[in-house]
Design a protein around this ligand. Structure first.
Ligand SMILES: C[C@](O)(CO)[C@H](O)COP(=O)(O)OP(=O)(O)OC[C@H]1O[C@@H](n2ccc(N)nc2=O)[C@H](O)[C@@H]1O
Ligand SMILES: Nc1ncnc2c1ncn2[C@@H]1O[C@H](COP(=O)(O)OP(=O)(O)OP(=O)(O)O)[C@@H](O)[C@H]1O
Length: 297
């Protein structure tokens, strides 16, 4: 089972709620960077991870019951009142604590994989509810494509997106914790602002050319992430100097995104970034499908 990384092409954040979460209006996009998950029935729960490159920090991934893939499997079993376990294997390409929802992708892939393995035929709305319990980004990892996220990000509504978007993903050596970025956001926030998605943005998404959209690319968490990690602002400047149309923090960071005109431009930007010492990059496109089955060789 394969599940994609996500980016937030727009991320508007409101004032923190009583439950500690922030109300969001976001436009998610699933991009072509994937974790692959395989499951087999077992006596005990277990998870093993193989990493797909130096941008994935193996040591930061738990191999015990705190791994979100095991939490997802247990939540599915509990939902059906069944006492089963599985051995889960994750082939990881999405950076850890990178702001691309890698853990959420693993959880979504595990839910769908175990649903099939155990022939549970869980209704979609139940899978989405279990996903939302596991984390705010998990429902989107099931849905994929381009979609709005509201509530704390868990209420997902698919959007018509007729474009093909090209991005250079610029990985960072050190992860950044999502709660710490929201915490810095609360400290730095000055008064109310309108964080809603503007209708013009949804109109622009429907057009087959994503041009024009660069003016909407926005992330309310960027100032907070730059405050915590000043190196990110320099990464953004370097990407612009290398030809990016715009740059954007991915989710809560520290991964940065460079928006490119097309595949060729994206590859050129990545190669120029390599020459400037930013060697850990990937060229990706979106939108792509949510958690789905793939044929293994
Ligand atoms: C930054 C984003 O990736 C943007 O899509 C998400 O908001 C983060 O989603 P996530 O990692 O799935 O987050 P969760 O696992 O649900 O929550 C982790 C922590 O992030 C903070 N959090 C998360 C979502 C949200 N709307 N407001 C928050 O303040 C809270 O401190 C929470 O305890
Ligand atoms: N399967 C998993 N993969 C990666 N991290 C996991 C996993 N399970 C638990 N974790 C823990 O969760 C933390 C955050 O993981 P994740 O990689 O999903 O962050 P993220 O991409 O920044 O998430 P988001 O974009 O949803 O905020 C990690 O630091 C790690 O300790």
């Amino acid at each position: 089972m394969r599940a994609p990384a996500k980016i937030n092409v727009y991320l508007g954040v409101g004032k923190v709620r009583d439950d500690g979460f922030h109300p969001l209006e976001t436009v998610y996009q699933a991009v072509s960077l994937y974790d692959d998950v395989t499951v087999t029935s077992a006596e005990e729960w277990s998870v093993t991870t193989m990493v797909g490159g130096p941008h994935v920090d193996h040591l930061a991934i738990p191999d015990d019951a705190t791994n979100i893939a095991i939490r997802a499997g247990k939540a599915l079993a509990a939902h059906h009142g069944i006492d089963r376990a599985a051995s889960i294997e994750v082939n990881k390409n999405i950076p850890v604590a990178g702001g691309m929802a890698g853990g959420s992708a693993d959880a979504a892939a595990t839910l769908v994989a175990l649903d099939r393995l155990w022939a549970l035929e869980t209704p979609d709305e139940d899978l989405l509810a279990i996903a939302a319990e596991l984390g705010s980004d998990v429902p989107f990892a099931l849905v994929g494509g381009t979609a709005t996220g509201t509530g704390r990000g868990e209420i997902v509504t698919p959007l018509e997106d007729n474009g093909s978007w090209w991005w250079v993903v610029i990985f960072n050596e050190e992860g950044l914790s999502t709660p710490s970025v929201y915490g810095a956001y609360d400290l730095l926030e000055e008064g109310d602002h309108d964080y809603r998605i503007r209708p013009e943005m949804l109109d622009a998404l429907r057009s087959p050319q994503p041009s024009g959209l660069d003016v909407f690319l926005y992330n309310d968490l960027e100032t907070a992430a730059f405050y915590l990690r000043p190196d990110l602002e320099r990464t953004a400047e370097a990407a612009l100097e290398c030809g990016a149309i715009m740059t954007l923090l991915s989710g809560s960071g520290p991964t940065m995104l460079a928006f490119a005109n097309d595949a060729e431009d994206a590859r050129l930007i990545a190669s120029r970034l390599g020459g400037r010492g930013y060697e850990r990059t990937a060229v990706v496109h979106g939108p792509v499908a949510g958690a789905h089955v793939v044929a293994y060789q």
